[in-house]
Design a protein around this ligand. Structure first.
Ligand code: G6P
Length: 615
């Protein structure tokens, strides 16, 4: 077994209240964190000067059935869902972790790079370790410092100054049974506040049914929570931080399934509303982004996963409408590719729904360090990316729980479209009437996407039945539709585990066509734009090799429909730059129904996490 354990994409919850038992709340809060992906779960409370502990490998429902997570006593507690990265999921490795006397309980997200050194120091001083985790050094270090006479907060501060790596740490101890302390550097933590109750969590939805008032905790800060209040201090010098609470507009209902069998399906259906809300973004915020872009020498777009497909589509929108063609890079490769090309005169658009993807944050920090301006497009208020951005645009999808992004992709495109149109208005190269038509086209998208869902839901389900057992798929598009094809393929891989490649149709002759034989599924994205005729050429080539063609096509496009074996139909009147928004929807639905047909849970794809906070 590896000694290098890291608790990275896990969920954290802590609560302290005046009276009443917290265990049922902790249990439900952990359920709300399930979407992060996890393989073990644990909760600890304090009552009668004792820690009460339940932890086990497995899903929350299974563990609850076995251990009953609701019957721990006490009005203060912490809980954790652990997603193992380097080591095995097991009871001993699951959090919370404890000191030698079971007086100090710790949950942690992140990685402690120097834990081996710390662990051998502690072992030499007689501490006994029960797990292989890096986390376990924390309670033992706190124990040492408290034995020297420090209180919990001072001991945690010492720990934070001693450990290297990234972390969100939440601790409590029977020696100060009315207090939770927390510290963060590089991993998210938010505080929820309510009269007589305080919460701390890695994610807002964990406490959303109880309160939508929150106080941000930033990197390099330490917090102390009691039932009556919250105190935040800077780690470096202990100075008090005064921070007002802010209201999140998300509702608890939005974080529930609301009658849908899965979050993913619910979130696909929420897309019209999500676009509508994001179209109401403040005009001055979009204008500010536009000004930063226009005064930059070079413009980069950086992102990962689905967000990188939003960047690809956004690049087309900016180029075609705004006369600015950004350089798109995966955030993970940004530093390795940009060399000396990046300067303080440039601007970075960092696109990340969670605002927590480590690659995107690292690339952003690198750009900032060189003096470049950073615009963040994110869906989460107060997320890490907002702390290093010069300007932030908060998209309005509401909480997205399904691991595979759907509505956050849609709102990223909605935000980028508004920036592209504002660029067009400001650089005056495009006829005003055309810009107006495009604006109206964007405003119609909530309705169009709604019609796309109605028109294609049953058809996607039926197609899933036809194709679910095909081992491999090609998704083709040209121009802006390469982004749509890539996103369609990614969705299928992510949740249904069929191999799928998104490709430029132009490039498909240079390799992928070799895969095609009788019945091989090729999904073609064919809006009625400048790429259509060349797409027809590609369809013919694929058909000639026996491919089974599924086209996503404008409703009355008889020619393309006639060449295809199956069609998914999009209403007419979509402006070409915005076509990924309606055209991706049937592909989301198709993947959802393939996953279902194969018996998989689309909300919790294997090996994937909602926010990837590891490099
Ligand atoms: C993970 C999620 C994807 C998401 C990607 C980037 O892989 O499963 O749905 O697209 O991270 O996340 P971000 O929060 O940066 O958009």
């Amino acid at each position: 077994m590896s000694l290098i354990e890291a608790e990275i994409m896990c969920g954290i919850i802590g609560v302290v209240q005046e009276r009443g038992e917290v265990a049922p709340f902790l249990h439900q809060a952990l359920k709300r964190l399930e979407y992060r992906g996890y393989d073990s779960v644990g909760v600890t409370t304090i009552a009668n000067e004792h820690l009460y502990i339940k932890k086990e490998k497995g899903k929350i429902d299974e563990v609850h059935k076995k251990l009953n997570l609701d019957d721990l006593p006490g009005s203060i507690g912490i809980g954790h869902t652990r997603w193992a990265t380097h080591g095995i999921p097991s009871m001993l490795n699951s959090h919370p972790h404890f000191d030698c006397n079971d007086e100090i309980a710790v949950v942690h997200n992140g990685v402690i790079d120097n834990f081996l050194e710390l662990r051998s120091e502690l072992s030499a001083r007689g501490h006994v370790f029960n797990s292989d985790t890096d986390t376990e050094v924390i309670p033992h270090m706190i124990e040492e410092y408290m034995n020297e006479g420090m209180d919990l907060k001072a001991a945690l501060r010492r720990v934070a100054l001693r450990i290297e790596g990234t972390y969100a740490i939440v601790v409590m101890t029977t020696r100060e049974p009315d207090k939770i302390c927390a510290v963060r550097d590089g991993n998210p933590l938010v505080i929820g506040t309510q009269e007589g109750v305080h919460y701390i969590s890695s994610d807002i939805p964990a406490f959303l049914p109880m309160t939508n008032n929150m106080v941000l905790l930033l990197d390099g800060e330490i917090a102390s929570l009691s039932a009556s209040g919250v105190q935040i201090e800077k780690l470096s010098d202990g100075s008090r931080v005064q921070r007002e609470s802010i209201k999140v507009s998300w509702t608890a209902d939005q974080a529930q399934k609301g009658g849908f069998p899965h979050f993913m399906l619910k979130e696909i259906h929420e897309q019209p509303e999500a676009i509508r809300n994001t179209l109401r973004l403040r005009r001055d915020s979009i204008v500010k982004a536009t000004e930063i872009i226009q005064s930059a020498d070079k413009v980069y777009m950086i992102a990962m996963g689905t967000s990188s497909h939003a960047a690809m589509a956004g690049r087309h929108m900016f180029g075609s409408l705004g006369g600015v063609l950004p350089i798109c890079e995966l955030a993970s490769d940004f530093q390795d590719s940009v060399y000396d090309a990046l300067s303080g005169d440039d601007c970075i658009l960092a696109i990340t729904q969670s605002g927590e993807t480590t690659d995107t944050i690292a690339a952003t920090k690198y750009a900032k360090h060189l003096g470049a301006k950073v615009i963040a497009v994110t869906n989460v208020v107060g997320s890490s990316i907002t702390q290093s951005a010069d300007h932030t645009i908060i998209t309005q999808a509401g909480p997205e729980i399904g691991v595979a992004a759907t509505k956050t992709f849609m709102v990223q495109l909605t935000a980028l479209a508004q920036i592209a149109l504002t660029l067009a208005e400001s650089n005056r190269k495009m006829d005003r009437d055309i810009i107006l038509r495009k604006r109206e086209g964007l405003a119609r998208l909530p309705e169009i996407v709604s019609e796309v869902i109605t028109r294609n839901e049953e058809r996607s389900r039926m197609l899933a039945g036809v194709f679910y057992d095909k081992p491999s798929f090609l998704f083709l598009g040209r121009g802006v539709s390469v982004a749509t094809a890539n996103e369609g393929a990614l969705k299928l891989k992510e949740i249904a585990y069929n191999h799928a490649e998104g490709y430029s149709a132009g490039q498909s002759k240079h390799g992928p066509i070799a895969l095609v034989q009788d019945g091989y599924p090729v999904v073609c994205v064919v809006p009625r734009d400048v790429t259509r005729n060349r797409m027809i050429g590609n369809i013919m080539e694929m058909k000639a090799r026996g491919a089974s063609i599924v086209s996503v096509v404008e409703k009355d496009d008889q020619e393309v429909s006639g060449l295809s074996d199956h069609v998914l139909e999009i209403p007419a009147g979509v402006e070409s730059e915005f076509s990924p928004m309606p055209y991706v929807v049937p592909l989301q639905l198709f993947s959802y129904y393939v996953a279902l047909r194969k018996g998989y849970d689309p909300d919790k794809p294997r090996n994937l996490a909602k926010s990837v906070t590891v490099l």
